[in-house]
Design a protein around this ligand. Structure first.
Ligand SMILES: [Zn+2]
Length: 233
């Protein structure tokens, strides 16, 4: 890692500007992986893994961005993987399909710049979700209704999506509809809830279920035997 890396051009999710940010704090967690060598009694270092948290300050909106840089020395060509941990967005979840993620990311980038453009991007995110879920016929209203009928969206989320669709339409037609920050925040929140329900929660559930199934198939240790031995001593 370069130790003199104090500034970085980053996209600030809070204000939507791509700007040079100052690194104001950094913390490194280093984990060494040692093993007993088979032939000598010596310990052998298999590799080292690093987690480095960097906190950057946006000079435009005065909010912070937390970046996690991870790398390890196990491979011959170590590669640093960067991830933005804060501000959190649902689009970071691996469960959300890429076209939907990109569309939502576009909405987040402009949320503080232009509420109407944000509403349009959210409408597009919903279009992408319908397509991903196999609804390609008709307008967005018909597609969302179809998703509701199929149970992909429960009634409350169907209503949320319907509100977002209407706001997206208002944004598309050059009316005098205002998009104040509170409304934009609610639109983002609604979209996150919808994507959470359709993609993130089922994925988490599947992970937990898979762990439970693995536990079930593990051979059970003979607890009775251990207890009996203990009593006899
Ligand atoms: Zn900013």
């Amino acid at each position: 890692m370069e130790k003199d890396e104090f500034n970085k051009v980053l996209l600030c999710i809070s204000c939507g500007n791509k700007t040079l940010m100052n690194k104001v704090a950094s913390y490194e967690n280093k984990v060494e992986d040692w093993t007993n060598c088979e032939y000598s009694n010596q310990q052998e270092l298999l590799g080292i893994s690093y987690d480095i948290w960097n906190l950057y300050f946006c000079p435009v909106c005065h909010n912070v961005t937390l970046e996690l840089a991870q790398w390890e020395t196990y491979s011959s060509y170590p590669k640093i993987v960067y991830e933005i941990i804060y501000p959190t967005t649902i689009s970071k979840s691996h469960a959300v399909p890429l076209p939907i993620k990109n569309a939502f990311e576009a909405a987040l980038k402009v949320r503080h710049l232009d509420g109407a453009i944000c509403a349009l991007s959210i409408r597009r995110t919903l279009e992408m979700m319908c397509k991903e879920e196999g609804e390609i016929k008709g307008n967005l209203y018909e597609k969302l209704t179809a998703l509701g009928k199929r149970g992909v969206l429960p009634p409350i989320l169907d209503k949320m999506a319907s509100v977002l669709r209407t706001l997206g339409n208002d944004a598309a037609h050059a009316g005098d509809k205002d998009f104040p920050p509170e409304l934009v925040s609610s639109m983002i929140e609604f979209t996150e809830i919808i994507l959470d329900y359709v993609y993130v929660l089922p994925s988490k559930l599947a992970e937990i279920q898979s762990d439970i199934d693995k536990e079930k198939t593990k051979p059970e240790t003979d607890v009775t035997k251990v207890e009996i031995t203990d009593l006899s001593t």
